[in-house]
Design a protein around this ligand. Sequence first.
Ligand SMILES: Cc1cc2nc3c(=O)[nH]c(=O)nc-3n(C[C@H](O)[C@H](O)[C@H](O)COP(=O)(O)OP(=O)(O)OC[C@H]3O[C@@H](n4cnc5c(N)ncnc54)[C@H](O)[C@@H]3O)c2cc1C
Length: 488
Amino acid sequence: MPARTGKEFLERLSNSRATVHIQGETLKGGIQDHPAFRNVVQTYAELYDLQHSDAHKDVLTYTSPTTGEPVGTSFLTPKTPEDLVKRRNAFKVWADHSNGMLGRTGDYMNSSLMALASAADWFAQANPAFGENIRRYYEQVREQDLLCTHTLIPPQVNRSVAGTQQAGGKLAARIVKEDDNGVVIRGARMLATIAPFADEMLVFPSTVLRGTPEDKPYSYAFAIPNDTPGLRYIAREPLDYDRPRHDHPLASRFEESDCVVVFDDVHVPFERCFALGDAELCNGFYSQTNSVNHMTHQVVTRTTAKTEYVLGLVSLLTEAIGIEQFGHVQEDVAEIITTLETLRAFLRAAEADAELNEYGVLTPAWAPLNAARNLYPKLYQRFPAILRKLGASGLMATPTELDVNGPAAADIEAYLQSATLTGAERVKLFRLVWDTCISAFSSRQALYEYYFFGDPVRMAGAYVKSYDREPYKAKVQAFLDQHSLERS
Ligand SMILES: Cc1cc2nc3c(=O)[nH]c(=O)nc-3n(C[C@H](O)[C@H](O)[C@H](O)COP(=O)(O)OP(=O)(O)OC[C@H]3O[C@@H](n4cnc5c(N)ncnc54)[C@H](O)[C@@H]3O)c2cc1C
């Protein structure tokens, strides 16, 4: 089957029977019609339709090596610099469609799967079947254009002990049984974004395992359909309040649900397993396969799109109320421009310094991507702060669409106009600023940017440990030694 259309995505979803607990209800299907999900599901359908649009199909698809049909570019295994550019251009088209607000578009996990499958020999070290499984699974996801989400971390009960030790080892998802056909998983994982409307759940390793016998049941990587019996999701309160686009311009399109994942004796067939009981393999899952490079390539492209959006938004805001000429306003706008140019430079450097890895995949350089993923969680927090500072009380003078078109219309035109906009236009703009920096949707975006790639504090720890600082130490030491020589 070629790259999906929006209609095909919705049809498959309507046949899914994923179990989702939300606001006291238990849904088993019908996600695409539920008020909490129907708008974001429509946005995802639009992304799939873009794959068939005259404007974007050439960049969003390529020819499948197995069927000759067009399939999604995020599945393309890059071999040449042109392939990497094509991948980035495809990421950008989808990211632009949501102003970078959708973190879990399919290209995120597709990029990971592409790299994992290319490194099938690495999986085969433990068992040749695992190598074959990951290769076959990637092809299935590519050819059926499935939407995958993933869940990595154990529930947050007591972080002073390892995930494997929570509640005496009876809480985090673990293998409780192995039978002739597969394994049985019991317990929970903390979070999975877009789980209610994804097709597939990837249950991959994340926290570092120690390789002790106790870690064995927690060392696994597998993928299961979203409506596998025993798999349940507990969704947080939705932030799409089913309000008009005018009033909640972002939440009414881009609200990706986050869910706790419960495994109630879920049976996973062996052919869906990529690693079992091997802590060392699990710990090297992302770095040894270079999957993290390709995921971060997608992430930095998305955050570039998001930063472009914030720059455009702040510029319309400052022009609208005539504050462009003030020095501190320019300083804040300059901060956003600097972030944008920094991200663009990281992307360019990652592509320019890309190298073929041992599996023949052209891999974007890790140093600039790693710097970007360590910086952005903090840089993004400044954007809502800047928008709030520059929008000031104007962010509270934001009546709803019913007011703009209702009995308050004349007052809104008279008193809420701005230097460049009519009252109605100013309210429309400021509602967008509000949804970017004040609403519940905006807070979740800020939390997402801070945490979705892992805790920045622990990422920084890993960064410092892995960064080779010896040449710089040697340089300074030589400088110090030179002083001593000169003095003697
Ligand atoms: C909006 C959102 C969407 C997400 N989507 C997904 C998803 O789709 N799939 C998925 O798998 N995950 C997802 N995550 C989870 C994300 O992976 C985690 O938030 C991240 O790994 C941090 O872990 P934690 O939230 O459990 O924080 P914790 O580990 O509980 O940390 C809480 C605080 O304690 C500190 N702390 C805890 N332990 C230590 C330690 N050992 N050393 C130093 N400091 C420590 C941290 O620095 C932090 O300040 C999402 C998170 C968010 C916020």
